[in-house]
Design a protein around this ligand. Structure first.
Ligand code: VGL
Ligand code: ZN
Length: 206
């Protein structure tokens, strides 16, 4: 298929047992592995924070994980320490077919800026280069799956649509944090309203 498969943050820390575990996150790995061979271009994003990243609750006195705090003067959800560069938690899921991935886009390396989307940081100050990479290949359509549905998948899909790409969301290939009940359903609805086509992975393979 001439389109690109975009695998968002399928990393140990987002799987059950990880530092920022997404419930059922491990269930998407076989779906990624089933889709990878069907695409001639597969890009994986990787949340890639320095240990002193300002989104980590441990760096905010008196704060707990999932509190709302401030980072560089702007509102920021404070997360448990996760995906620290070079740690096992930041590595791709061990069962993921890494050999089938053609490019990796790392994000969140600036300690003063968080980056949910694989295209831009949360304040659209810096691009990751993904837009240019896709444009260079003539890619106009991305299939997106990964973790977490209501955080990094959502912002990646919204940015892709804003960049003018067609987006197909693989809905059985995502799982959400659901900090508040219903967040994942709301995220899917927001992606659909913004223009994403929502399918299950068998529809892509058939
Ligand atoms: C993510 C929270 C913080 C994600 C990354 O990949 O969804 N969520 N950093
Ligand atoms: Zn992160």
């Amino acid at each position: 298929m001439p389109d690109t498969l975009l695998l968002v943050d399928i990393q140990h820390d987002f799987l059950p047992g990880g530092a920022l575990a997404v419930p059922g996150g491990d269930a998407i790995v076989p779906i990624a592995n089933a889709l990878i061979p069907a695409f001639d271009h597969v890009v994986a994003s990787q949340d890639w924070h320095p240990a002193d990243h300002g989104s980590f609750a441990e760096h905010h006195a008196g704060a707990s994980a999932f509190d709302i705090g401030k980072l560089a003067g702007r509102e920021q959800i404070l997360w448990p320490t996760h995906c620290v560069q070079g740690t096992a938690g930041a590595a791709f899921a061990s069962d993921l077919d890494i050999a089938g991935i053609h490019a990796v886009v790392r994000k969140g390396d600036n300690p003063r800026l968080d980056s949910y989307s694989a295209f831009y940081d949360n304040h659209h100050e810096r691009a990751t280069g993904l837009t240019e990479r896709l444009a260079a290949r003539g890619t106009r359509h991305v299939h997106v799956m990964g973790l977490a549905a209501d955080v990094c998948v959502k912002y990646t899909v919204l940015d892709a649509l804003a960049e003018g790409l067609a987006v197909t969301l693989i809905v059985d290939g995502i799982r959400g944090v659901d900090m508040a009940p219903g967040d994942t359903e709301a995220a899917i609805q927001a992606m659909r309203v913004a223009g994403a086509v929502v399918v299950t992975h068998d529809m892509v393979l058939s």
